[in-house]
Design a protein around this ligand. Structure first.
Ligand code: UD1
Ligand code: CA
Length: 451
């Protein structure tokens, strides 16, 4: 839509959240509310986006890209917020105004609102919704079906409070007409603020065309002002995401205990077991089975891999691997195809070659492990000398006996064998047995004495 821009109001403090974080930075499905709103606008054909910032501006600026920031120094109300954007609107005929605290809004709805606005040649258009419990929202006052004004809850008469059609806080405006109307509003109301909602009354009295469009999806009208509404929003967005993946052919055994962030990508025939949390930009390929009780953040998981009772962060896992139960995979880890990582194994910043096995009770840090290496139970890479971290290299097909300490830096050659219980401090050449243990003494008399 040429000559259109979006204005997102996000300068308020969000007092009702009782938080040091600006309201619009609170997250839903792993993403700040404001980001949800911006992502939604980007799916509509609008090129320029203005974001009104004020309170907590420094904390918000970091997540913004490809938007124009307009500062509202003092937060004197939503009317005052939009006023700040008007001088930047050269060459723009219409603006769509949204609130940064309305993250469930959908692009289809914005598109419909804009179309109705254009078709009616309206000066202003309002997105409304009908709420069983409209408490806290501005009410749409109509007379004989014709729009009259928006009245805020705090300024409403008891009769007006019974109205169930509410203002969602999303609008389209003809810029020139909005500019004139904004000059006429005053802060003479219960909150002492310049209400954007007052411009509708001004425009109505001037005989301008005002259209209202009522969305059927009441969820998207949810404005998040409190932690209770944040939890409500989370629940709605969570079921939207789960339903999306169910439609795409993912099996989710128990949607009630499954949490998937919005930017996660799944594939058909993935199975998600109960109590699983997939966060950040995690990607899971087909036939993988994740969970139960698994949390993955920013992980990539290949085809046919199963991961159970595991915590993973920033890890790449290949195809047909078996991970867990009770594995802890830390950042910088790259697991190639066909690897087995078993119970109580922690892996940090390490590469595990194809077909390697670390079945039980190990710590592997800053290591490079070759193909088909077998690491016995209780093996520890001693990577930290108290000051620096050092690297352990284990070449292809080496066999590390149980309860081995590998004191880094150290390198174990191809097909080398380490005897169980050794503390290895020197490199081991290829195809060599290294064993570091004191000789066993069997003292017979001691046992006799005890008896
Ligand atoms: C607003 C509407 C109300 C509507 C509701 C929908 C007004 C006067 N009221 O009420 O009719 O039903 O949204 O959710 O508009 N903001 C600024 N600068 C300011 C004040 C607010 O940028 O000076 C921003 C806030 O950060 C927020 C948005 O504007 O993102 C809405 O403000 P908020 O105080 O939440 O308005 P509501 O009381 O919810
Ligand atoms: Ca609000």
């Amino acid at each position: 839509m040429p000559n259109w821009a979006a204005v997102v109001m996000a300068a308020g403090k969000g007092t009702r959240m009782k938080s040091k974080l600006p309201k619009v930075m609170h997250t839903l499905a792993g993403k700040p509310m404001l980001q949800h709103v911006l992502d939604c606008i980007r799916k509509v054909d609008i090129q320029r986006i203005f974001v009104i910032l004020g309170h907590g501006r420094e904390q918000i600026e970091g997540i913004l890209d490809s938007v124009e920031i307009v500062v509202q120094e003092e937060q004197l109300g939503t009317g005052h917020a939009v006023m700040q954007a008007i001088p930047h609107c050269h060459g723009i005929d219409h603006i769509m105004v949204l609130s940064g605290d309305q993250p469930l809004i959908r692009p289809e709805t914005l598109q419909s609102l804009a179309e109705i606005h254009k078709e009616n040649g309206a000066a202003a258009s309002i997105l409304t919704a009908v709420f069983e419990n409209p408490q806290g929202y501005g009410r749409i006052v109509k007379e004989e079906g014709r729009f009259q004004k928006i009245v805020e809850e705090k300024d409403a008469t008891s009769e007006e409070r019974l109205i169930k059609e509410i203002n969602t806080g999303t609008y389209c405006f003809n810029v020139a007409k909005l500019r004139d109307a904004l000059e006429k509003i005053t802060p003479q109301n219960a909150q002492g603020e310049y209400y954007l909602t007052d411009v509708f009354k001004v425009l109505q009295e001037q005989g301008e065309i005002i259209s209202t469009y009522c969305t059927e999806d009441v969820h998207e009208a949810l404005g998040i002002n409190s932690r209770a509404q944040l939890a409500q929003g989370e629940e709605i967005i969570r079921s939207r995401i789960l339903n999306h993946w169910l439609d795409e052919g993912v099996t989710i055994i128990d949607p009630n205990t499954t949490y998937i962030d919005e930017d996660v990508e799944l594939t058909s025939d993935v199975t998600i077991q109960p109590f699983t949390i997939l966060k950040g930009k995690t990607r899971i390929a087909e036939d993988a089975i994740i969970g139960p009780h698994t949390t993955l953040t920013d992980c990539i998981c290949g085809k046919g891999t199963s991961i159970t009772h595991t915590v993973g962060e920033s890890v790449t896992i290949g195809e047909n691997c078996r991970i867990g139960p009770f594995a802890y995979l830390r950042p910088g880890t790259e697991i190639h195809d066909g690897v087995r990582v078993g119970d109580f194994v922690e892996i940090k910043n390490s590469i595990l070659g194809e077909g390697a096995k670390i079945p039980h009770l190990s710590y592997i840090g800053d290591s490079q492990i070759g193909k088909s290496v077998n690491v016995g139970a209780g093996t520890i890479t001693c990577n930290y000398d108290g000051v620096n971290k050092h690297k352990t290299i284990i070449k292809d097909k080496a066999f590390i006996g149980s309860n081995t300490n590998l004191v880094a830096p150290v390198e174990i050659g191809e097909e080398a064998v380490i005897g169980a219980g050794s503390t290895i401090t020197k490199d081991v050449p290829a195809s060599t047995l290294a064993i570091e243990r004191s000789t066993q003494r069997n003292v017979k008399k001691l046992v006799q004495k005890k008896k």
